[in-house]
Write a protein that binds this ligand. Structure first.
Ligand code: CTP
Ligand code: CA
Length: 233
């Protein structure tokens, strides 16, 4: 029942999309990462470009083949960011003159408090290792708090919940972050990551108990996301 919108309905729009998972270093050879492939975020970037937007894609760690596809598009400029701190710098800078920012990146919630100068070794280990982690700043909440008039801020949320609990968490997270639209994704050990298909709720300030549900491949979800953004603007 989804009618693919005409190319050109995002003409003249300046958008920033983040994608992929950040990696937080432990020592020169190790990191804390997550399972994000960047597939959904890259699909959001490619869909926007296909519909006429100018896109800046800020890619954390993503599947290289997916990124190569985006890089071929003349309307997409790609920048890289490794850690949450790097992603924050790049996103804040790009957001200053963007009409829409979509935070599809899986940002590490914590970073290692003291990154080791040299490789950690087991030489003087007692059989355990304790890493102290500190919370990273909430990038999208910061963008939403400082958004310009007319700027639309979109977040993603991966949740291991279902049904009413999933919707309630989505509403709380939308309010906590202050974003205009939250795309809520049900994930599990076997669902949501490294897969082409996706099922997403679009939570907004007015969606109440019945947020729009979109299922399909990540490109279909991406196009539905841009429809939802246009409906808000
Ligand atoms: N996000 C962000 N900065 C962070 C963490 C998350 O900008 N430090 C963004 C993500 O890119 C996403 C949205 O916030 O668009 C929701 O991410 P999520 O991990 O679901 O939210 P958290 O606030 O980290 O909540 P949770 O404790 O459920 O992980
Ligand atoms: Ca998180």
């Amino acid at each position: 029942s989804i009618v693919r919108p005409a190319p050109g309905d995002l003409d003249g729009l300046d958008v920033v999309v983040t994608a992929g998972g950040t990696r937080e270093p432990i020592d020169p050879v190790r990191f804390i990462g997550n399972r994000s492939s960047g597939r959904q975020g890259i699909a959001v970037a490619v869909a926007a470009a296909a519909r006429g937007a100018r896109v800046r894609l800020i890619a954390a760690h993503v599947e290289q083949a997916l990124l190569a596809e985006a890089e071929q598009h003349p309307a997409i400029a790609v920048a890289r960011a490794g850690t949450a701190a790097e992603l924050q710098d790049a996103t804040q800078q790009a957001a200053s003159d963007a009409d829409v920012v979509v935070m599809a990146a899986a940002v590490a919630d914590y970073r290692v408090a003291d990154v080791a100068e040299g490789k950690l070794t087991k030489e003087s280990s007692d059989g355990t290792l304790t890493l102290q982690l500190v919370e990273n700043p909430d990038i999208v909440a910061g963008l939403a708090a400082r958004r310009r008039p007319g700027q639309t801020i979109v977040g993603f949320a991966a949740e291991t919940a279902q049904g009413e609990e999933l919707r309630a968490r989505g509403r709380r997270k939308l309010a906590r972050k202050g974003v205009d639209l939250l795309a809520v994704n049900e994930v599990g050990w076997e669902r949501g990551f490294e897969t082409p298909d996706n099922s997403v709720l679009f939570v907004t300030a007015t969606s109440g108990d019945a947020p729009e549900v979109v299922s399909g491949d990540k490109r279909q979800v991406a196009d539905a996301l841009w429809d939802a953004v246009l409906a808000l603007r």
